[in-house]
Design a protein around this ligand. Structure first.
Ligand code: G6Q
Length: 558
């Protein structure tokens, strides 16, 4: 039994953009390569296919690539306009064509005073003003000088938001846990499922709780329901005039914030040129600034900016986000890999896979080109994952011996922030061992020797052999961070944002709208009114029999 190659791609030249054809031809060759042999043939492979940027180290040598592959991939990136669209994004052009908006989250992390123009107007003064507001408020909460209605300091902060208004703060607060102030507890309420608000509020005291209502639009059903429920809960203890001490808002919608009853001086604004899933750098990062302090928050922004500088200036061949994007694109486009695993080997990065899931799947889960034509090639794969090493005892079996090709991004942190060196060594050992095992596999000869050493007889060996062989030849990237700090977390997130941008350009899609999310918001609103047991059943909307039946059963039970 010989080790299988990658699934040989079929050349569908009629649906492929002509610019993809040289790579499609090349992929047929590459599908025959064994990663083991690529390493055996070139002692310099690791040095050649790895790079440092903005404090991150990126090893992409365990991919089915050679010099020619990289040359073809970067040539394609140029031909698709990665450089020109990148420059258009940074200079505030309205590259979000379906919403006619600029995409300027990068401006939020530029150094104070940097000249960034949007439609002819400087934006940096507005950005700095909000940062000052965040600085003042977070200091008041952290120092205990912001008092609740009984005169006590705040001990618990509940961020009420969903999607982009939840995942960024929740993920970064977890990632920066060692930098967080003791005695301040952060809670993230996103789900419209009342069990979540019930679980969070049941442990809290209204007198020492601050609610941050985070919603770009301030109309999202789940957030508004939770915000109103939190308000009702608070008013069981405090008075209406006390609300200002316990409710603040982060939004672009001043009128709706006012209508909710939040004092506008306690509203932290941001702008429509900041997409929800790119908004952690804006006032949506308020919970993070409260948890870790404004200096650490600014360090986080500086980390994002360091990656921006690299992305803007490095040639494509030495550009980390571009290379991360190209390696993923290579398998998605030419080898049919339908999913991509994010495996951070760090407990504090446990929410990173969910964060990247939104970033990538909401940005690039599209089927229409920027100019409105149907896409004839696959776009974003499914992004999934969880913190290592837990996954090894669960789904890694499928990576090693299943039938699908699933590229992996391993993310490891070299220096731990805890006093358990044995655990840290074991964690890193597991991480590196997995990428090696996926790449090398274990061939028949190796399995035979192993079983012979265990004194199994020839018949037993023959029976076990097919089950014990690992084909290997599975690709992965490894990203190394020196330490998990606000700065390095900033670089890591910006790296993936730009990866997503580059892949969107390769697929020629608009990565910055989300019409699928908007549809969900509308549909749930309609059915909500039909679940109201005071409404007349079945008259407000015509549904299929399944949806009608489900609504009817719920009405009876409620
Ligand atoms: C992000 C998406 C989506 C959005 C949420 C919350 O890019 O648009 O996840 O962040 O639907 O929206 P609001 O912030 O408007 O409540």
């Amino acid at each position: 039994m010989t080790e299988p190659n990658l699934n040989a791609p079929t050349l569908q030249s009629e649906t492929l953009p002509p610019q993809f054809l040289p790579l499609a031809q090349h992929a047929i060759q590459a599908s025959k390569w064994q990663l083991r042999e690529l390493f055996a043939d070139d002692a310099n492979r690791f040095n050649k296919f790895s790079l440092d940027a903005a404090g991150l180290f990126f090893d992409f040598s365990k991919n089915h690539i050679n010099d020619e592959t990289l040359a073809l991939l970067t040539e394609l990136a140029r031909a698709r306009g990665v450089e020109s669209l990148r420059d258009a994004m940074f200079s505030g052009e309205h590259i979000n064509v379906t919403e006619d908006r600029a995409v300027l989250h990068t401006a939020l992390r530029a150094p104070a005073g940097a000249s960034i123009k949007l439609d002819g107007q400087e934006v940096s003064a507005d950005i700095e003003a909000v940062l000052q507001q965040i600085s003042k408020f977070s200091h008041q909460i952290r120092s205990g000088s912001w008092h609740g209605y009984t005169g006590k300091s705040i001990t618990d902060i509940v961020n009420i938001g969903i999607g982009g208004s939840d995942l960024g703060p929740a993920m970064t607060c977890a990632a920066m846990r060692p930098f967080s102030q003791d005695g301040l507890r952060l809670h993230f309420l996103s789900n419209v499922d009342g069990h979540e608000i019930d679980a969070i509020l049941s442990g809290l005291s209204a007198a020492t709780t601050l609610f941050i209502i985070a919603s770009k639009t301030f109309t999202t059903q789940e957030t508004m329901l939770n915000a109103h429920a939190a308000r009702r809960w608070f008013l069981q203890y405090g008075q209406t005039q006390d609300l200002a001490k316990h409710f603040v808002a982060v939004s672009t919608n001043t009128a709706a914030v006012k209508e909710f009853g939040i004092d506008i001086t306690n509203m932290f604004p941001f702008w429509d040129w900041v997409g929800g899933r790119y908004s952690i750098w804006s006032a949506i990062g308020l919970p993070l600034a409260i948890a870790v302090g404004i200096d650490n928050f600014r360090e986080f922004l500086a980390g994002g900016h360091a990656m921006d500088t690299h992305f803007r200036n490095a040639p494509l061949e030495k550009n980390m986000p571009v290379l991360l994007a190209l390696t993923g694109f290579w398998y998605r486009q030419f080898f049919g890999s339908a999913s991509h695993l994010i495996a951070p080997y760090h407990h504090d990065l446990q929410l990173l896979p969910s964060y990247l899931q939104q970033l990538e799947m909401e940005s690039n889960g599209k089927r229409t080109t920027r100019d409105g034509q149907p896409l004839t090639i696959p776009s974003a794969p499914v992004i999934w994952g969880s913190a290592g090493s837990n996954g090894q005892h669960a789904y890694f079996q499928l990576l090693h011996q299943g039938t699908d090709l699933i590229p992996v991004d391993f993310i490891a942190v070299l220096k731990a922030a805890h006093p358990y060196p044995d655990q840290h060594k074991a964690l890193l050992a597991n991480c590196f061992a997995q990428s090696e095992a996926l790449m090398r596999g274990k061939n028949e000869a190796e399995v035979k020797t192993e079983l012979q050493e265990k004194k199994l007889n020839a018949q037993q060996i023959d029976a076990l052999l097919p089950h014990r062989v690992f084909p290997g030849n599975k690709p992965s990237n490894t990203l190394l961070l020196e330490k998990l700090t606000p700065f390095s977390i900033g670089t890591l997130i910006a790296l993936y944002e730009h990866k997503v941008f580059v892949q969107g350009v390769l697929w020629n899609i608009n990565s910055f709208d989300q019409w699928g999310v908007e549809l969900g918001k509308v549909l749930a609103g309609r059915i909500l009114s039909e679940l109201d047991t005071n409404s007349v059943p079945g008259v407000s909307e015509n549904h299929d029999s399944s949806t009608t039946g489900l609504i009817a059963r719920a009405r009876i039970a409620m």
